[in-house]
Write a protein that binds this ligand. Structure first.
Ligand code: F6P
Length: 473
């Protein structure tokens, strides 16, 4: 049965660290796909992923084709040991330095797609990395298997897999936004067309919102001359169906996990720092698209323009390290700390730290912050969905208000009860923070309840099963 459903993604459900003594320590990850796949029951499905660092590579070498089930919690995982230089060029050099920027509309220096003399060589590595996945999937798949390929790292896989195994059903899911045609054209023509054709190799291409699905279809029409109908996208006589599955928060898991003792402990520590002040919470990877600096500037604007809030509110901001191999991410991480320090220096007073910034990843502490949130600030420049926007209302103890970017995919589902902002508009975001902080308890609680209901409408297991069913239909 395991060969019947395959999942392919760059990052797998487990990662390894290599100790100085040569020992390997496995750490299991969470997230939508992990709990989605668990819907198939214990031991079902096979996950194909890449080895991301030295620990993973060593584990993949020692284990042979499949990782030890004791490390993976019983999940069959094939971790691909792709040559480090090829992996680096594909992951850092193309997926994260080009495709990510294009889909998130990051086009202005220093956040811009990198086209340099090496671009063609990096693109060749991206092809090789995608081909390694296609080979492994072709090898793993039972006749007629369903293969769910994830994200912009693997956009060529559907096509490459179809060439090798025309008998399997292939789905591709984009967790990012999709750029509109005039901006997707920033990519060299050949590359842009190859990405589209790669995904059109799937039987079904799915997205988090209708907006991103429509943008993909528009790119196919514009760049390839493909025909777009209600059925999907037809190119050279083959139709790829389009689908939309808005991944929701895992309400049952969050409500249980957020009230365990380790979270209580962290909540007590945060309460000590914040006191009984109002709390604006944000939790993000330190990701350029998350717009953390503008969020901090909006908070500074709030304190400047509305001095009444000084000493009465604290901004609890968690900005966890991400993609630190890339200089532009390292610089951004430093900028976030610098701006937070500036605000604290300018406004801080005895017994009040205006911004409590934490940069070390700690899931239990994130949940503690969710519990204490009066306001959640989620202001990305652009985001496929943004699960934090969905998770905070589920966990917050007093019902929280949500200040949400209109450019987050979550806006399609939460827009009615969130306070919507233009992510570039610092003054507007400051005003929305003020309004959110000023809601009456009753209004905040009522909005919070409606937000939580909308946020959990399609939890990960249902999200995953819906895709599978639609692919097999
Ligand atoms: O948003 C797209 C996405 O692939 C998410 O699914 C995931 O959280 C993130 O980007 C992966 O980032 P990375 O693996 O580079 O840390």
């Amino acid at each position: 049965m395991t060969g019947q459903v395959l999942v392919a993604s760059n990052r797998g459900p487990v990662s390894y660290t290599l100790g100085d003594d040569g020992s390997l320590t496995a750490k299991r990850g969470g997230g939508g796909l992990v709990s989605g796949l668990s819907a198939l029951g214990p031991g079902a499905g096979t996950w194909v992923c890449a080895a991301l660092g030295d620990g993973d590579r060593e584990a993949a070498r020692r284990a042979g084709p499949r990782l030890d089930l004791a490390d993976t919690g019983g999940q069959a995982v094939r971790m691909l040991d792709i040559p480090p230089l090829t992996f680096d060029a594909a992951y850092n050099g193309i997926a994260n330095s080009v495709l990510w920027f294009v889909h998130h509309l990051l086009y202005q220096t220093p956040f811009e797609p990198v086209f340099d003399a090496d671009f063609e060589a990096r693109w060749a590595d991206y092809r090789a990395y995608n081909a390694a996945f296609a080979e492994a999937l072709a090898d793993e798949a039972a006749p007629g298997a369903a293969v769910l390929v994830q994200d912009y790292h693997l956009s060529l896989v559907p096509w490459l897999l179809r060439e090798r195994r025309p008998d399997v059903r292939v789905g591709h899911f984009s967790h990012t936004p999709w750029a509109p045609p005039e901006l997707f054209r920033v990519l060299p023509d050949v590359v842009a067309c190859e990405v589209l054709l790669g995904i059109l190799g799937a039987d079904r291409a799915a997205f988090l919102t209708r907006r991103w699905a429509d943008a993909f279809a528009a790119c196919c029409a514009d760049l390839l001359g493909a025909e777009v109908t209600d059925e999907g996208v037809t190119f050279e006589g083959r139709t790829t169906r389009l689908g939309v599955h808005g991944l929701g928060a895992d309400g049952d898991f969050l409500r249980e996990r957020a009230f365990r003792p380790d979270v209580d402990e962290r909540l007590a520590a945060l309460r000590e720092q914040v006191g009984d002040r109002r709390t604006i919470v944000r939790v993000d990877r330190t990701e350029l698209s998350k717009n953390i600096v503008r969020g901090l500037l909006a908070y500074r604007r709030l304190l400047t323009d509305r001095p009444w809030w000084r000493g009465r509110v604290t901004h609890v901001a968690f900005a966890y390290p991400s993609r630190q191999d890339l200089a532009v991410y390292r610089d951004y991480t430093a900028e976030v700390s610098r701006v937070a320090d500036e605000i604290n220096a300018a406004f801080g007073a005895e017994g009040w730290t205006p911004v409590v910034l934490h940069v070390k990843d700690d899931f239990a502490r994130s949940l503690a912050a969710y519990r204490m949130a009066d306001v959640a600030l989620v202001n990305p420049i652009r985001d496929g969905m943004n699960l934090v926007a969905k998770e905070v209302p589920v966990v917050s103890e007093r019902g929280c208000a949500l200040v949400l970017s209109r450019e987050a995919g979550a806006a399609a589902e939460l827009g009615d009860d969130a306070l919507m902002v233009n992510p570039y508009d610092i003054a507007g975001t400051a005003e929305a923070l003020h309004m959110a902080l000023s809601l009456s308890d009753q209004e905040r609680e009522e909005r919070g309840k409606r937000l939580a209901a909308a946020a959990t409408a399609l939890p990960p297991r249902a999200w995953f099963l819906d895709q599978l069913e639609a692919l097999r239909a």
